[in-house]
Write a new protein. Sequence first.
Length: 215
Amino acid sequence: MAEKRTLLITAGPTREALDPVRFITNRSSGKMGYALAAAAVEKGFSVILVSGPVDSSVIPPEGLAEFVPVICAAEMAEVVKTRFPAMDAAILCAAVADYRPKVVAQNKIKKKEGELILELERTEDILFSLGQMKTGQQKLIGFAAETENLAENALCKLKKKNLDWIAANQVGLPGQGFQSDRNEITLYGVNGEVIPLPLTEKKLLAKQMLDAIFQ
Ligand code: C5P
């Protein structure tokens, strides 16, 4: 029997600590990444799912090769970069925080009179890092959630991050995208492919996306 193809998927948000009880995060539910993981298992891939903290109603699919829960961007970067060399492909779907507090307070920050100014620093762009590490045999797929100039921004990211495919979706529309069960994406390939996948359940969309990318 042929070896199973290996696929790494990231999902969910990350949490960037401010102090022991507070953090910065975003509204990602993890549903799209988990749907991709389920569809990939179904399609016969050996799947590693690396996930930020998601609601307990979002459950890892059965049949994963590995499930790695992480909290912050630095932890996700470490796990993903360690495992990527052994993978045939990676789909980075996680909504990784772009910034984290520059200083993490050891103790709970006390309120004082006046303003509190937070200093933030950039986190590592994990997708960009994998684009640098990628061999000719590996496929790398990213997401681009945009509120404007969808195609232009997605194509720019495809190139800049050295991707094979990018799944672009318009965010800020009611009933789709972040936290919703439905989504609509356009897939752009490095060879000029443009594949619109109209609004549907994330589970079906995940299957259509994998079918388009992996024959
Ligand atoms: O540049 P932008 O954040 O819009 O790109 C989104 C894509 O990059 C997604 O695939 C996301 O998972 C990935 N990403 C990442 N690490 C970051 C930021 C984004 O892997 N720090």
